[in-house]
Structure formats: C-alpha cells, structure tokens
Ligand binder design. Structure first.
Ligand SMILES: Cc1cc2nc3c(=O)[nH]c(=O)nc-3n(C[C@H](O)[C@H](O)[C@H](O)COP(=O)(O)OP(=O)(O)OC[C@H]3O[C@@H](n4cnc5c(N)ncnc54)[C@H](O)[C@@H]3O)c2cc1C
Length: 379
C-alpha cells in the first residue's frame, strides 16, 4: 500500500506527462475528433495504464486510489476526453477482466492493456437500450462448442481504437436478467466491424462509435464471469465505474475553479479586478465549499472501494452529486469569464461542454436517484 507522499509523487509524474505529451497536441486532437493510437503506447510506456492490475499481469499491483490519480489529473487539466478514454480502459474494462476472467483471459489481455498494446472498450448500450439494459437485443447463440454473436452497440468509448471489448449479450432472451452474459471479444475476429466515429457536442478527442457484430464466432472460454451471470456481474462492477466518474468530476471542478480564480484576478472592470466584487467572491467561495464536501465523501468511498466495501448506493450518491456539481461549477465559472468564457480559446468553454456528458453516461442522474430511492424507500 502506497503512502500519501508516494501518491503525490506519482501525481507529479502524471502532471508532467500531461504537460509534455498531451497539452501541446490536445487542441489538434479535439479538431481531429480522435487521439492518435500511439498515445495509448506512450501512456503504457510511462506506466499510466491499469496501475492496479497485479504484477503477475504486468501492472504495479497498486490500489484503486493510485489509478484514480491519472483520471483526476487529466480531468483537472481540462482533458475530459482523455480522462474518459483512460477510465474506460483502466478502471472499467481491466477490472472486469481481472475480477471475472479465467486465467487465460487475464493472460491474454491484461499485460497488453498495461502496455497500451491492446485498448479496451465496454459494450453495453444499444440504439434501443441504454438505461434499460435488459432491453438489449445483441445475442450470443450456442453454435457447436462456442457461440455466434449478432447485434449492434452504440456510443462505445474507445470504439475506434479498441482491441478487446467486454460485451454484454443475451444468451437466453427469455430468461430476463438471468439470460444476460458477458464476453471478451477480440476485435480482430471476422464479423466484427466498427461504425462511424460519432460526432459529439464535447469530448471531441474521445473516439465514440457504433460497433457491429455479424456472426462473430467466439469460444465458450470467452464468456466472462459465467453464462447467465452478466447482469449480476455488471451490477457488481458498476460502483467502480461510478466512483471513477465522481473522482474525475471533483478534480474537473477544482481545475475550473483554479482557472477561474486566475482569470478573475487578472480581469479588470470598474477600476478593479473582478475577483474583488462580492458576487465573484461568494460564487467562488460557495463552489469551493461544495467541492470540498464532495471530495471528502469521494475520498471515503475510495477507501471503501479499496477495502472491498463500497456500496452501490454510496457509489450512486457520489456519481449523482459530483457530476451535477460539475455542471453547476462549469456554468458559474463560465459566467465569471463573461464573453471570453464563450470563446474557444478559453479552457472554460470546453470544460462547459465536456461537463454535460458526466450526468448521462455511467448511469444517468435519474437512474442514480432510482438506486438511492430504492435503498431508502424500498421498491
Ligand atoms: C459520450 C458517450 C460515451 C458513452 N460511452 C459508453 C460506453 O463506453 N459503453 C456503453 O455501453 N455505453 C456508453 N454510453 C452510453 C451511456 O451509458 C447511455 O447513453 C446512458 O446510459 C443513457 O442511456 P440512453 O442514452 O439510452 O438514454 P435513455 O435510457 O433512453 O434515457 C433517456 C432519458 O430517460 C431517463 N430515464 C430512463 N429510464 C428512467 C427511469 N427508470 N426513471 C427515470 N428516468 C429514466 C434517463 O435518465 C434520461 O434522462 C456513452 C454515452 C455517451 C453519450
């Protein structure tokens, strides 16, 4: 277990990587609507992927807290698209394979995901099934000793670059939640194809795609976590996905507030810096206070996760409150920038559009409220 000093040293390394390898190119990647594939290899070489994967699979065997530092710093720096791609790869796909995979599945994918040789994606959402995952239509039908997969996924982060997908399918369409199974699908298999890179309002540099499966033949050994156990396994793994989104949201808020403090101290109006107006001071003090409280709750949740005790409700509370707060912080900080905040040359304009997705993916705010309500009120 690393102590706080070691975590902060690691944080400095992440910041240096972002300054040297990301900041000079980020605007261009946003325009290109995709990172170069080599960025994954650079992240791997720098030791910034899947750091909590055990050493026997190439990782550092660190805790989730260390893995979160990478997403936090990318979010703080205003690189929301990068934070989202890394979190899917390192904090969602790798843990699914680590926690649910057979030894062969772990050996096949984890070492390559640590180095960036393989990029991971998670395929749950379909055109007709997002929040209501049980409505999915992608099927894996028994075929000899294996399965044939047919169907379509959409909005898949890392969809253009991915080499492996943790894919949610129906193996028994009549069995409700017990008919869902997860597979590790190798993207080089015949019958797999990528659709277009979807054009989004923000997170431009993150590739997000439709994916198609036409008679993709996979062995039974590619089932992840047992046939018919897909839904239960998704429910078990979702708290980490929600927590990493929450931690990214808090760091993004801190970054926006830091940049807005700097801006308001420099910008003059009516003969003084705008940071001297009572409104500016109270808005920033209020946001700072709300972020501090959310950060403390997320830190508690991180400790709970590292002890194997994070509840679905706490993860949902963290995701709901921090991502809603991120929207408020983005809006209020943009307002304090005046017209310059609406100009793309100021980071806050990108922060504002990037914040919007946080309340939707990983489970919408409404779904988070459903989960919390079920816990406190019953069904
Ligand atoms: C940029 C981006 C990246 C994404 N990355 C991935 C990815 O990598 N992998 C993946 O599988 N998916 C991904 N998604 C999909 C994302 O998780 C879904 O968009 C999200 O879960 C919502 O599903 P939906 O879009 O179908 O909306 P819907 O489920 O159709 O919801 C529409 C509205 O109805 C509300 N609603 C639905 N059900 C209820 C209910 N029971 N009670 C109250 N309100 C309800 C919702 O809250 C929402 O406001 C991504 C999406 C985006 C936009």
């Amino acid at each position: 277990m690393l102590d706080q000093n070691e975590i902060e040293l690691f944080r400095d390394n992440v910041k240096k990587f972002l300054e040297n390898e990301v900041a000079p190119h980020y605007d261009q990647w946003e325009k290109a609507e995709k990172f170069p594939r080599e960025l994954w290899n650079k992240l791997g070489e720098a030791g910034l992927l899947c750091v909590d994967v055990p050493e026997e699979y190439g990782g550092f065997g660190a805790t989730f807290r260390l893995s979160a530092v990478i997403v936090e710093e990318a979010s703080r720096a205003g690189f929301g698209a990068l934070a989202s791609n890394i979190s899917v790869h390192s904090d969602i796909v790798a843990p699914y394979i680590l926690h649910l995979g057979s030894e062969e599945q772990k050996q096949a994918w984890l070492p390559k995901m640590v180095t960036g040789e393989a990029v991971g994606a998670i395929g749950m959402t379909e055109p007709g099934a997002g929040s209501d995952l049980q409505g999915m239509k992608t099927r894996a039908d028994k075929d000899g000793d294996g399965y044939k997969i047919n169907g379509q996924k959409t909005f898949i982060t890392n969809g253009q670059h991915c080499d492996v997908i943790v894919l949610a399918t129906k193996t028994d369409p009549n069995a409700g939640s017990k008919g869902m199974s997860l597979f590790t699908v190798d993207c080089s298999l015949p019958g797999f194809s990528r659709g277009r890179n979807l054009e989004k309002m923000g997170h431009h540099a993150a590739d997000t795609s439709e994916l198609f499966f036409e008679d993709v033949a996979v062995g039974a050994d590619q089932i992840l976590g047992g046939e018919g156990k897909g839904f239960a396994n998704l429910m078990n793994e979702l708290p980490r996905e929600r927590l990493i989104l929450a931690l990214g949201a808090v760091a993004a808020c801190e970054g926006m507030i830091e940049r807005t403090i700097e801006y308001t101290q420099e910008r003059m109006a009516f003969g003084q810096s705008i940071s001297k107006f009572q409104n500016t001071r109270y808005v920033l003090a209020d946001l700072h206070a709300q972020v501090a409280v959310n950060k403390a709750f997320c830190s508690q949740c991180t400790d709970q996760y590292d002890r194997g005790e994070l509840s679905t409700t706490n993860a949902s509370i963290a995701k709901l409150t921090t991502t809603e707060l991120q929207g408020v912080v983005a809006d209020k900080c943009l307002q304090l920038h005046g017209g310059y905040g609406y100009m793309q040359e100021y980071a806050i304009s990108r922060d504002y559009v990037d914040a919007r997705i946080q309340r939707i993916y990983g489970g919408t705010s409404e779904i988070m409220k459903e989960i919390i309500a079920r816990d406190i009120l019953g069904r």
